[in-house]
Ligand binder design. Structure first.
Ligand code: NAD
Ligand code: UDP
Length: 321
């Protein structure tokens, strides 16, 4: 199959490209490197079935080759990434998704939209099922991301309903692993970097907010099962193992080993509006993914953190060399 991956030089996109190549597919990665980096796919450059195109999908999204699938992963994803690039985030979710959908329609390709648990906002229903419509502040700081993804889902469904396009919507929950950007401000790179540098682990608020962390190889497996399935309805992909951020800090410290002497500190988040917008609880209900994809996460937090810590250690050693 020929597969286009927008956002292919990002954290998740690079793992998706790698996995598609390993399965024998031909992969075109398209990226403008706003939050990703060519080094994420440097090891794939020169592969006879891989091509990287520098392109902002807001402006154009075209390739000459026939395509069997378009996976639309392009978008800033971390709160820091989308708060620093609010207009770009709204445009990639709207115009960028439109361009990617048009490309899929003209090529007769199936289309997968990377959506997010953020479509549920600060959820009033817990855990979150796909049937929940969400609790999003349309003018809050996070709205640039949440609303652009909600728009992207609506546009994807419009293409399915109007043109019969084979569309898939993955609602991705917090995912972590190697190639996350060291400085994107998310809790995983922050805590891991802090733990291996013996700096304090910075817990924002009172540490009682919860998240559920999915290792990237599990997510990629779910994304590809969804892509090749017949499921048009949105599907939650995430690890239901929910924990408080304080518990997560302790888990990272333990995974970093006895040489980690970092204290865990309650750290004032400088932006009060950002605290107010922080979803307090997040846990996917993955019944649908289990039923229609036969999918569930396999990698334990300990194992996933071990891999992630090893990667960050390697990157930090090389950046200091
Ligand atoms: P990432 O920032 O590492 O990857 C996104 C990639 O998209 C980057 O390489 C970036 O340069 C590229 N991009 C952004 N705007 C673009 C544009 N206009 N044109 C071309 N390329 C563009 O983030 P990620 O964590 O790998 O996320 C990938 C996708 O998964 C995103 O759509 C994100 O919203 C979604 N998602 C991720 C998570 C997570 O926990 N990582 C959770 C929910 C949803
Ligand atoms: N967080 C934290 N310390 C950090 C970074 C994040 O306590 O150094 C908290 C943040 O306030 C939120 C959770 O960790 O409650 C997850 O934040 P992240 O930015 O990783 O992603 P989100 O799930 O909010 O999109």
């Amino acid at each position: 199959m020929n597969v286009l991956v927008t956002g292919g030089a990002g954290f998740i996109g690079s793992h998706v490209c790698e996995r598609l190549l390993a399965e024998g597919h031909t992969v075109i990665a398209m990226d403008n490197f706003i939050t990703g980096h060519p080094r994420n796919v440097a090891h794939l450059i020169g592969h006879p079935r891989f091509r990287l195109i520098e392109q902002d999908i807001v402006h154009a999204c075209w390739v000459d080759e026939p395509l069997d699938a378009v996976m639309n992963l392009a978008s800033p994803a971390s709160p820091k990434g989308y708060l620093e690039n609010p207009i770009e985030t709204m445009l990639v979710g709207s115009q960028g998704t439109y361009n990617a959908l048009e490309l899929a329609r003209r090529k007769g390709a199936r289309f997968l939209q990377a959506s997010t648990s953020e479509v549920y906002g600060d959820p009033l229903e817990h855990p979150q099922k796909e049937s929940y419509w969400g609790h999003v502040n349309p003018i809050g700081l996070r709205s640039v991301y949440d609303e652009s993804k909600r728009f992207a889902e609506a546009l994807t469904m419009a293409y399915h309903r109007k043109y019969g396009l084979q569309t898939r919507i993955a609602r991705i929950f917090n995912t972590y692993g190697p190639r996350m950007s060291l400085d994107d401000g998310r809790v995983v790179p922050n805590f891991v970097r802090q733990a291996i540098s013996n700096e304090p682990l910075t817990v924002y608020g009172d540490g009682t907010a919860t998240r559920s962390f999915c290792y990237v190889s599990d997510l990629v497996e779910g994304l590809l099962r969804l892509l090749w399935s017949d499921e048009v309805r949105p599907v939650n992909l995430g690890n239901p193992c929910e924990m408080t951020i304080l518990e997560f800090a302790r888990a990272v410290k333990a995974a970093a080993g006895p040489e980690c002497t970092s204290p865990i500190v309650i750290h004032a988040q400088p932006n009060a509006e950002r605290i107010a917008d922080d979803p307090q609880r997040r846990q996917p209900d993955i019944t649908r993914a289990r039923e229609v994809l036969g999918w569930e996460p396999k990698v334990s937090l300990e194992e996933g953190l071990r891999e992630t810590i090893a990667y960050f250690r390697h990157i930090l050693q090389h950046s200091q060399a």
